[in-house]
Design a protein around this ligand. Structure first.
Ligand code: SAM
Length: 245
């Protein structure tokens, strides 16, 4: 793939076009995003996120950055853990998603900052955070290497990045998973959110995303050490962790 071309699902598009198309997807799904997540994953996304929250081991006083935080599931959980002396920054490039996330934080009694920003150019100083998380966000980013480098830059030495993302399923599960992804998901999208195309993009973008070992290598190339990953639900999802040097 040349420098200025990238994937949008199975299509090859200009880098500039990808960000716009991704923005269109998330503006379209924001109001139904949480309901669709529960329906599509049969509630499993809560288990995957709970595992991520446990692994993050956020403690009182920590500074946590949730990148591409969307409707704020991780940020709200972290806000309860950091206490009054800590900080949790909910960030997302998409105003519609961020608005839902910010409102839910406030409704939950969490007065934490919400900032609209691009993961590829984070508006935070070097070494500011103890933890950076990104759940189901990296897949949508145009220059994943830049985003990972930014996440490393804003972590303090010894701070940890956690990347929760769809990944490559075990071979035995693949036929069933493909049937589900390319038949059931777009159908659900049409019935519940009135938007088949966004859920077809979801299925395609998962197939185009780097597999477990490739993402591990990308994190190492971005400067993370002790990178490891956990396969969840047969590799439907993987949680990658890396430590900033
Ligand atoms: N983290 C939330 C969760 O786990 O439910 C939301 C995940 S949602 C599938 C993906 C999010 O990534 C969207 O809210 C989208 O706006 C955001 N996103 C895509 N590209 C981004 C970028 N370059 N910088 C920041 N956020 C981005």
């Amino acid at each position: 793939m040349s420098e200025s071309r990238t994937h949008f699902g199975y299509e090859t598009v200009d880098e500039a076009a990808k960000a716009e198309r991704v923005a269109g997807v998330f503006h379209s799904v924001a109001s139904r995003y949480d309901l669709m997540n529960d329906l599509m994953s049969a509630g499993l996304h809560r288990v995957w996120k709970a595992f991520t929250i446990g692994q993050a081991a956020v403690r009182p006083g920590m500074r946590v950055l949730d990148v591409a935080g969307g409707t704020g599931d991780l940020a709200r959980a972290f806000a309860r853990r950091v206490g009054a002396s800590g900080e949790v920054w909910l960030t997302d490039i998409n105003a519609s998603m961020l608005a839902v996330g910010r409102d839910r934080m406030v409704d939950d009694g969490c007065l934490q900052p919400a900032v609209q920003c691009d993961a590829e150019a984070l508006p935070f100083p070097d070494g500011y955070f103890d933890r950076v998380t990104v759940a189901f966000g990296l897949r949508n980013m145009t220059r994943k290497d830049r985003a990972l480098a930014e996440m490393r830059r804003v972590l303090r030495p010894g701070g940890r990045l956690l990347v929760l993302e769809f990944s490559q399923v075990r071979k035995a599960l693949a036929p069933l998973y493909d049937l589900y992804s390319f038949s059931v998901l777009p159908w659900l999208g049409r019935q519940v959110a009135g938007d088949e195309a966004s859920y077809r993009y979801l299925a395609e973008s998962i197939r185009m995303h780097p597999d477990q070992e490739t993402l591990k290598t990308m994190m190492e190339e971005a400067g993370f050490s002790r990178v490891r990953y956990f396969n969840l639900t047969g590799g439907v999802v993987a949680l990658h962790e890396g430590v900033a040097p």
